[in-house]
Design a protein around this ligand. Structure first.
Ligand code: ZN
Length: 364
């Protein structure tokens, strides 16, 4: 009898997380390049804001915009949507004050290896340069694109011109629109035509390699609306660019604008039946940066910069409990993101290379 009960239990036992996971039909992945966990969790750093070398002569206004003595108030001034809606309804990992650690697993601590690790789940040591050729490792978006119902419903948009190689546009089978590429493919609508004209005529502050985030954002949003995408990736780049230039005020302004765009994206998702309560939103970054506390430069990153392997991520999704800022001791790696993306949509990502395990902590 005991055995019969056990067998019956085995038949009828469905873990609640698996039931809830099945509700997720769409996935939106967002990155803002090289944005430090230090600002995510503590808001503006007063030492950098006070430093004439970095504050762009805006000592008074930068404090007015982003300062408060209380770090929890301060971080919400910088990222009101993130520390409002996401903290209330999702999970936020990476506050090292609690030993809640998130790191990259690749040994390089810069962009191409980081994004490659995010999407392939494999910190391939051969992927060692930002000018690396088209990625030979299959990414999770290309895997999803081969699953039923996803073809034509996946697209990636990035401000930097390396995404077409990182996501191997030639073989992956979904659109990757990056830097100064036109939006809308062969059939841009009126809004896309205008975005394309403005993009073409815009000031190229970062050269031909990278456009301003505003174009990437509006082009991506238009595609989401027009094509009812099921999987969308948007990669913002200004946070990294302004940090490299030592412009701390611009770095914070770019991050603040990013948060506003996340709020408007969220608002769109909540008002459309395809997305409301059926969409996972995952936000992260490709690498960290230095920190004056450890004696390394906040403007820089790479394996010689202490702390540049330290990152963060946030997830908000049906079936993922609203726990807000995670304060338990843990260690999660960037190579775990790809399998987590697949699992959120109910798939097991398989490829020709090893893939990091999904993040189990988000279902506890
Ligand atoms: Zn960089």
């Amino acid at each position: 009898m005991k055995y019969i009960i056990l067998i019956l239990l085995a038949f009828f036992y469905v873990p609640s997380t698996a039931q809830e996971k099945a509700l997720i039909e769409n996935l939106i992945i967002i990155t803002t390049d090289g944005f430090r966990w230090q600002e995510v969790f503590n808001g503006m750093d007063s030492a950098l804001a006070n430093n004439k070398q970095y504050n762009e002569g805006k000592q008074e206004s930068i404090f007015k915009k982003y300062w408060d003595d209380d770090a929890t108030v301060r971080r919400k001034k910088l990222w009101p949507f993130f520390w409002g809606t996401i903290a209330e309804r999702g999970q936020i990992f990476g506050n090292r004050k609690y030993d809640n650690n998130v790191n990259v697993a690749n040994p390089y601590w810069f962009s191409y290896p980081g994004y490659s690790e995010i999407f392939t789940g494999y910190p391939d040591t051969l992927v060692n340069s930002n000018s690396y050729k088209s990625n030979p490792n299959t990414n999770v978006l290309a895997f999803l694109n081969r699953q039923p119902g996803f073809s034509g419903k996946i697209a990636a948009f990035g401000a930097w011109n390396a995404y077409e190689r990182i996501l191997n546009r030639e073989v992956s089978g979904f659109p990757v629109v990056n830097a100064f590429d036109s939006f809308g493919g062969d059939n841009p609508n009126e809004r896309e035509q205008l975005i394309n004209e403005m993009l073409r005529d815009s000031y190229r502050i970062f050269g031909n390699e990278e456009c301003f985030d505003v174009f990437t954002h509006y082009g991506a949003m238009e595609s989401l609306k027009k094509n009812n995408l099921k999987v969308l990736y948007v990669a913002y780049g200004e946070t990294d660019e302004f940090a490299h230039s030592g412009k701390y005020n611009s770095y914070l302004d770019a991050a603040h604008q990013f948060d506003k765009w996340m709020a408007s994206l969220w608002d769109y998702l909540q008002n459309h039946p395809q997305y409301k309560n059926k969409t996972a939103l995952f936000m992260t970054t490709d690498h960290g940066r230095g920190d004056a506390v450890t004696g390394s430069k906040w403007t820089s990153h790479g394996s010689e910069i202490a702390g540049a392997d330290e990152i963060w991520f946030a997830v908000i999704a049906p079936g993922v409990k609203a726990k807000g800022e995670m304060k338990n001791k843990t260690q999660i790696y960037q190579k775990q993101f790809a399998q987590t993306f697949a699992e959120l949509l109910g798939y097991q990502f398989t490829a020709e290379h090893p893939i990091g395990d999904s993040i189990k902590e988000i279902y506890r």
